[in-house]
Ligand binder design. Structure first.
Ligand code: PEP
Ligand code: MN
Length: 303
């Protein structure tokens, strides 16, 4: 290779890695990994944060029940989709703004801040007016227009890994958001497509410590969407926390059999209690503490 064109090599002759292409979110030159705060809830080193809720907002009653299950299980952030990306045009696609209103009402009752997906840049103002944190889903992980828009939105972002993305592509997606003004990003490993068809996707556990060493951003795991099977969510959660994940996000539903979306992977209240016990033990075993609920007066007023 012509020396002048090489990105490697130093004047002292030793090999040197080229700087990573994701400059803002990189760990290079940073003393420690970042903590991202979401309406008083931390994601980052030293803490293990549990996020739970229904895959989709279906009715006010179902969402409130799921949120109360999440809260009783120790979750400090409520997940729930109002705009649902589905693989089929004939599936339930969410309640839209009505779903966001239900989430805001449930937040007012439980005090749990909300993470909810934004599917399209044209919905961003609407979703931002209700959400505490914006979720970018796996199908949109390389939607540059959306990444730019959430970069400008000013709310923290949960960025799912694209199911076909390398870790570098995932970090570059985060870099798009950071480059457009928003460094409050939490990475979420949610499984990748492999030849295995017995699970929905294959949870890439190695991506957790890898992304934590390459980037300063917190990394959480969504075991529910990784495997698609309720009985695998607990063991995958254990693996995630043992590998150092800064939190997990799981689906819960008061009646999984009747769920309009992803019932097969939804936990019941008892499942979540068992999972929370495991999370506490493994957090302690890895020198961390589980994020506790905040005092009620710190809760954000419903938007
Ligand atoms: C979700 O969390 O509701 C979701 C659709 O996840 P993913 O984008 O990872 O499939
Ligand atoms: Mn889902």
């Amino acid at each position: 290779m012509i020396a002048a064109l090489s990105t490697r090599g130093t004047s002292t002759g030793g090999p040197k890695e080229a700087p990573p292409p994701y400059r803002l979110v990189s760990m290079e030159g940073k003393a420690s990994r970042s903590t991202v705060w979401v309406s008083g809830v931390p994601f980052g080193p030293g803490a293990v944060t549990l996020v739970a809720g229904p895959c989709s907002v279906e009715t006010p009653e179902q969402t409130l029940q799921a949120a109360m299950m999440a809260q009783a299980g120790g979750a400090t952030l409520l997940r729930g989709g109002a705009f649902k990306p589905r693989s089929s045009p004939y599936s339930f696609h969410g309640l839209g703004e009505q779903g966001l209103k239900i989430l805001a009402e449930v937040r007012a009752v439980t005090g749990l801040p909300i993470v909810t997906e934004v599917l399209d840049a044209s919905d961003l103002d609407l979703v931002s007016s209700y959400a505490d944190m914006l979720q970018v889903g796996t199908r949109n992980a390389q939607n540059v227009a959306l990444l730019r828009a959430v970069g400008r939105a000013g709310l923290p972002v949960l960025l799912k890994r694209g199911m076909g993305c390398t870790v570098e592509e995932w970090l570059l997606a985060a870099e798009f958001i950071a480059h457009h003004g928003n460094e409050r990003i939490v990475l979420c490993e949610r499984g990748i497509r492999t030849f295995e068809s017995a699970t929905r996707c294959t949870l890439d556990i190695s991506a957790v410590p890898l992304a934590q060493s390459l980037s300063r951003l917190p990394v959480v795991v969504d075991p529910s969407h990784s495997c698609g099977k309720r009985e695998l969510v607990l063991p995958l959660t254990r693996a995630a926390i043992a590998a150092g994940a800064d939190g997990v996000m799981v689906d819960v539903h008061p009646d999984p059999e009747s769920a309009l979306c992803d019932g097969r992977q939804a936990l019941t209240g008892d499942d979540l209690t068992e999972l929370a016990t495991s999370v506490s033990r493994l957090a302690a075993a890895t020198g961390r503490v589980v994020t506790r609920p905040r005092p009620r007066e710190e809760h954000r007023v419903a938007g």
